[in-house]
Design a protein around this ligand. Structure first.
Ligand code: SAM
Length: 221
């Protein structure tokens, strides 16, 4: 049984204070990060790591993103309550739960079955109504498009075309783009006539986005 006790809340408050000092400013993101227990997404032995500003292994060679990165990507997305949001790379489900807490109607895709199943179990336990899928997220989720916001939580070689197509007019997509070692955080904005502009927001390090429009394999594990 997962518990969120006084000591966890204290650790979380301290972590969020550190994120604010590092430049997190959105009050919606800050309050979601104060609420969501990050220790639910790691094994219980890793309490200290859960409340440190670090990425951490979650199995299958993947990581739960660094809290600052989660906050920063969420902030760049400028989520409004009720936005239909597509996330590529569910991973542990931590970023997903922050988006749900912010009022997103979330669709999230993960290519690794064990991660997909674990994330689904935790999000259900927490009472979030996200739609989680197993598959190749580099192709997006055409049947549910368009999305007001799209977030990619793995490093891509290029912005996958299907994702740009599935972005609604007036929408925002945040995606790390670069090589397999480091990426630039890119924010695409699609205006109401469908024209796309691109901004860059610093260097980050993500595991690679695989799949047909990512780095390599098309298979789902
Ligand atoms: N946001 C996650 C969290 O908070 O735990 C961290 C995501 S982790 C950095 C990136 C995830 O993207 C991994 O779980 C990986 O398996 C997944 N991934 C990579 N390529 C993918 C693809 N083509 N489709 C779906 N998921 C993919």
């Amino acid at each position: 049984m997962l518990k969120d006790e006084y000591k966890h809340k204290g650790l979380r408050k301290k972590l969020v204070k550190e994120l604010i000092e590092k430049g997190l400013t959105s009050s919606e993101v800050i309050s979601a990060m104060e609420k969501v227990p990050r220790h639910f997404f790691l094994e219980s032995a890793f309490l200290e790591q859960a409340y440190s500003d670090i990425a951490f292994p979650i199995g299958d060679g993947q990581t739960i993103s660094q809290p600052f990165t989660v906050g920063f990507q969420s902030q760049l997305l400028m989520i409004k309550r009720g936005d239909k949001v597509l996330e590529i790379g569910t991973g542990s489900g931590y970023q997903s739960s922050i988006l749900c807490e912010m009022g997103a109607k979330l669709f999230s895709i993960e290519r690794i079955k064990t991660l997909h199943k674990n994330a689904k179990a935790i999000l259900d336990f927490m009472g979030y109504k996200a739609e989680l899928f197993l598959g190749d997220g580099s192709l997006g989720l055409k049947v549910f498009a368009p999305f007001q916001k799209i977030i990619v939580t793995a490093g891509a070689p290029l912005a996958p075309e299907p994702l740009l197509e599935q972005l609604d007019n007036g929408g925002i997509m945040v995606i790390p783009i670069g090589n397999e070692k480091e990426q630039v955080m890119v924010r695409y904005k699609k205006d109401l006539s469908g024209n796309v502009t691109r901004e860059e927001h610093g260097i980050f390090k993500f595991v690679p986005l695989l799949g047909e429009k990512g780095w390599k394999t098309t298979s789902v594990r």
